[in-house]
Design a protein around this ligand. Structure first.
Ligand SMILES: [Zn+2]
Length: 66
């Protein structure tokens, strides 16, 4: 394990400048190991997954009402 943060995202493996990483006090180097764009993509995916899940629940609830 290296002692200095090289700015490589563990998700896309791209080397990016430090401002491309969100700050995180609990993280080893004070920044997250996932770059902002990967983090946003994941947050986006989670949001859509949840929307799909909610839609499914609503559809199921409607079925039960009929
Ligand atoms: Zn990335």
């Amino acid at each position: 394990m290296s002692k200095t943060f090289k700015g490589q995202c563990i998700r896309c493996l791209e080397i990016k400048s430090l401002d491309q990483f969100a700050k995180d006090k609990r993280a080893k180097f004070g920044v997250r190991s996932i770059c902002k764009s990967c983090h946003n993509a994941e947050a986006n995916k989670r949001y859509h997954d949840r929307q799909a899940y909610i839609r499914e629940l609503i559809a199921k609830a409607k079925e039960e009402l009929i």
